[in-house]
Design a protein around this ligand. Sequence first.
Ligand SMILES: [Zn+2]
Length: 136
Amino acid sequence: MLRPYRLERELDRAIAQWLDWLPRWDPATARRRLSPCVACPDWAAELGFEEVPHGALHALVTSLDAVITEHVRRSVALQPFLSDEAIDGLRDSLRREAVSWVSRQHEHIARALDAFVEPKVQHMAALLFADLGAGF
Ligand SMILES: [Zn+2]
């Protein structure tokens, strides 16, 4: 198992990059998905981010998943005889650590969401209502 501080540092970097990107998130560019996302609903529930628009959350989930996958890959490289069960267990424990690490920054993230995501959602809703109004 890799030293945990390394995981935390990489999680911090993933979160920081996401927070840097968040102001550029644009709900208008969100494309309708053909199939529901398999990754985000579980993360959203675990992180308490069910209200976060999928496009915004998906970027964070993708980064966190990438950090975990990279750690699993490195652990397997160091211990090539790990069983599938051990790898699954490792992935689960890394995921739990990622959730608790992100949760510790929940307030900071919630403030960023309020500042950068919520106004855009409100704006989109206002435009939608204006469009509906114009139709009458
Ligand atoms: Zn997603």
